[in-house]
Design a binder for this molecule. Sequence first.
Ligand SMILES: NC(=O)c1ccc[n+]([C@@H]2O[C@H](COP(=O)([O-])OP(=O)(O)OC[C@H]3O[C@@H](n4cnc5c(N)ncnc54)[C@H](OP(=O)(O)O)[C@@H]3O)[C@@H](O)[C@H]2O)c1
Length: 234
Amino acid sequence: MNRYLLIGNGRLSRHLQHYFRLEGLDFATWSRSEGVPLEEALEGADRVLLLISDDAIEPFLAAHAGGDRRLWMHCSGSLSTELADSAHPLLSFGDELYEVERYRRIPFVCERGRRRLPELIPELANPHFAIDSEDKPVYHALCAMAGNFTTMLWQKAFDDCRHRFGLPREVLLPYLESIAHNLEHASDPLTGPLARDDRAVIDRHLQELEGDPYHGVYRAFVAAHREAAERRTP
Ligand SMILES: NC(=O)c1ccc[n+]([C@@H]2O[C@H](COP(=O)([O-])OP(=O)(O)OC[C@H]3O[C@@H](n4cnc5c(N)ncnc54)[C@H](OP(=O)(O)O)[C@@H]3O)[C@@H](O)[C@H]2O)c1
């Protein structure tokens, strides 16, 4: 059985520790705040998961992984380096830990021509895919836009509805659920003024949002929607 070392104590590390524990994997952890020398923690580990901030990954690998017999991997969606393989778990890892079934469904996106998940963490049976290494930044940009930007929009809607109109966040939840449902199941999930090209409503929205930090966001979405529609038209 492989013995893993999970480096870092951030969000992903907490979740993967929980998942590894649920699946009975043999692992230890190390983070710089523990005050234990890394070399000590590396003893007895065959495989190392580097679960630290993206900017710190390459310098850390250059300092510690060169010539090492162990298999090193990281989980960044955007970074590709010759110094370690990668497997990007395509999920948002929040504060609360999840049930094992949810972890088992996480797709891992690896790099084409490099080691894939069954070679990196053979004890996990998660779905896995591969993309070209040079495509990782654009792949990750798409993931960040889809996941992080919609989160920002929903947080704004929750906050403004509460503060301006006294509406609790629960009022918006059925709408949020219907959007997620339509995205998953409908062939044409976009509804509303952009889908209808209802210019009067769009102009009114923009007038009302004048001075709001999200005014430019709305304008950018309108422009992106029109440009994408033009490109689709032969
Ligand atoms: N969070 C997600 O939803 C998610 C999803 C997929 C992939 N990932 C990937 O997972 C990795 C970790 O992300 P995260 O969200 O878990 O980050 P995070 O919560 O911000 O935690 C970052 C961790 O990196 C450590 N760290 C930073 N610089 C370091 C250095 N120079 N040496 C040693 N440790 C250092 C921090 O240690 P200190 O506490 O000591 O500062 C902390 O433990 C990233 O590659 C990220 O792209 C994250």
